[in-house]
Design a protein around this ligand. Structure first.
Ligand code: C5J
Length: 220
């Protein structure tokens, strides 16, 4: 077993069974006029982690390890968008409505795309997910079995919503999960801190946390 220096203790992994999952690094969460901004959030915190996420992706690619990307999005006919999700709260525009970057969080629209700097390479797995968790109503379970993954490293946004939900889903499915602390972000710094603390509490009850440098050192 190789190791990544991590909290609350070293993360053991086999390079041949380890994959990176980058959650929802989409224009809709990072740019003015997108879904995140429609909820009243300041998106600058998300933009700030892009170089770190890129470094992590580049490290996995250089080590020959799989990189999986997720995108939160819905079908154009909204058949996978429950009214409970669309109608909640009081956003400036709702999922499916036309915004400055196309229809909000709809597959194929410009604003729904992954940020150019972090774009998937041909052949990398891209999961389009209608939920906050990446296992719900997607092929992720099968894809991970197919590539033989057992340990998962997570990056992306937002820490306490889609990243943490997916980590919890993965943890319950028997994967060992680590989140790269500085390659994930929230619109709310206090939520990020609490999510990271929750994940690694009680002897890594959901998983481990480590810096991007620690992950890259471990997989090099
Ligand atoms: C949210 C996400 N926050 N990707 N989505 O609605 O975390």
């Amino acid at each position: 077993m190789a190791e990544i220096a991590a909290q609350p203790f070293a993360f053991g992994f086999k390079p041949e069974t380890t994959a990176l999952i980058v959650i929802d690094m989409q224009r809709d969460f990072a740019e003015p006029g997108g879904f995140g901004a429609s909820l009243g959030n300041d998106v600058s915190r998300v933009v700030a982690i892009v170089p770190t996420v890129k470094r992590l992706i580049d490290g996995f690619r250089a080590a020959g390890l799989p990189v999986i990307h997720t995108m939160e999005c819905h079908r154009p006919d909204l058949s996978d968008l429950p009214p409970a999700k669309r109608d909640r709260g009081n956003p400036s525009i709702r999922i499916g409505d036309m915004g400055p970057m196309g229809r909000l969080l709809i597959a194929g629209e410009p604003g729904t795309a992954i940020l150019d700097e972090l774009a998937p390479l041909p052949g990398e797995i891209v999961i389009e997910k209608p939920g906050k968790g990446a296992f719900y109503a997607t092929s992720l379970s099968n894809d991970l079995k197919w590539i033989g993954a057992r340990q998962l490293v997570f990056a992306g946004v937002t820490t306490e919503v889609c990243v943490q939900t997916t980590m919890r889903e993965a943890n319950d499915r028997g994967y060992e999960c680590l989140v790269a602390e500085d390659a994930t972000e929230s619109y709310f710094p206090e939520f990020k801190a609490a999510a990271l603390a929750m994940i690694r509490a009680q002897g890594a009850i959901v998983g481990w946390t480590a810096t991007t440098d620690q992950v890259l050192e471990g997989i090099a």
